[in-house]
Ligand binder design. Structure first.
Ligand SMILES: [Zn+2]
Length: 316
């Protein structure tokens, strides 16, 4: 009996040591990634030509939960304020009707599965699945001409399967070299899902701090890292009634707009254990985003439903 107990104890210790070593190596890898960021004047420089003329958002699921789940409560001045987690896809539209999708959210089944642990662990309300992007786009799905992802977590990639059921021709999946080359255990399931999807073919962007997306003038991508090794920030110059406006898609660099406006980090345990992040890089990116906003860019935070509702862009 005693030998069995010692054996079991040793086994658990070895497993714990292996898990800790693996976690340390993932942290070391993400902390090493800090690509140069573009000058804000370059991000904000209005382009000429065939810019997108429409921008809307599709929410694929909605879940009210404590704000302490997305902002470190020890430094958040309003940890009890209401917060609703959205799972957004963004739709850019050009004058000829073609669409580009940034992130794809989740279908109903995946959203239900995603929301359950957040309900149990973080005290969230039950998630409300709202339907995949393809379901909500309906006939307009045929106008989708390209896709890109702020990062490859499955809550951003899962909608690809429903999209592929509605689309035949392969679309370009636009990504930076960083996103193509750098993955970790949190992004491999999403990368594999996209890699197996018959309706998208990866297309690498030319290197640079602000990478133009070919075929979609006015759209560009910044290598960000910080949240995942391949995290990227999309920038769109949108032509509207008030002239050209720069929209910046933050992905999960922050999950609440107050993260940028008050420079608040995500909860420490989340960044340490749930998604191994680089806190230093995320702080740098928050300052970068705050600088862009102060100079007139408009930010869109994927998981902050109230911010998206207040952003001025309309739901699809
Ligand atoms: Zn996410």
């Amino acid at each position: 009996m005693r030998r069995l107990a010692i054996g079991l104890g040793l086994g658990v210790a070895v497993l714990l040591a292996a898990a800790t070593a693996a976690l340390v190596s993932v942290h070391t890898a993400i902390r090493a990634l800090a690509p140069d960021l573009p000058q804000s004047t370059d991000v904000l420089r209005a382009e000429a030509g065939d810019l997108p003329v429409g921008l809307s958002w599709i929410n694929t699921a909605s879940q009210p939960m404590p704000r302490a789940g997305v902002l470190e409560p020890e430094v958040d001045p309003h940890p009890d304020a209401p917060y609703v987690m959205s799972h957004a896809s963004f739709v850019l539209e050009w004058a000829d009707g073609r669409l580009f999708l940034i992130d794809l959210g989740m279908d109903r089944e995946a959203a239900t599965a995603f929301g359950r642990p957040l309900e149990w662990v973080m005290g969230g309300a039950p998630i409300e699945p709202l339907g995949s992007v393809a379901e909500q786009l309906g006939a307009a799905t045929r106008r989708v001409a390209g896709v890109g992802f702020t990062h490859l977590h499955t809550d951003h990639t899962n909608g690809i399967d429903a999209l592929c059921r509605a689309l035949a021709a392969p679309l370009p999946w636009m990504q930076t070299r960083l996103q193509a080359a750098e993955t970790n255990f949190t992004t491999r399931p999403g990368r594999d899902q996209l890699g197996a999807a018959p309706c998208v073919a990866p297309r690498l962007l030319d290197p640079g701090t602000l990478q133009a997306v070919p075929g979609f003038p006015g759209l560009s991508v910044i290598e960000a890292a910080g949240h995942t090794p391949g995290s990227q920030i999309f920038v769109a110059q949108l032509r509207g009634e008030e002239g050209v406006v720069t929209w910046v898609f933050t992905g999960d660099i922050v999950n609440h707009i107050e993260g940028v406006r008050r420079d608040l980090p995500k909860p420490r345990l989340y960044s340490l254990l749930v998604v191994p992040e680089s806190p230093a890089r995320l702080a740098e990116l928050r300052a970068f985003l705050a600088g862009l906003e102060s100079k007139g860019a408009r930010l869109l935070v994927s998981h902050d439903q109230r911010q998206l509702e207040a952003s001025g862009i309309s739901p699809w």
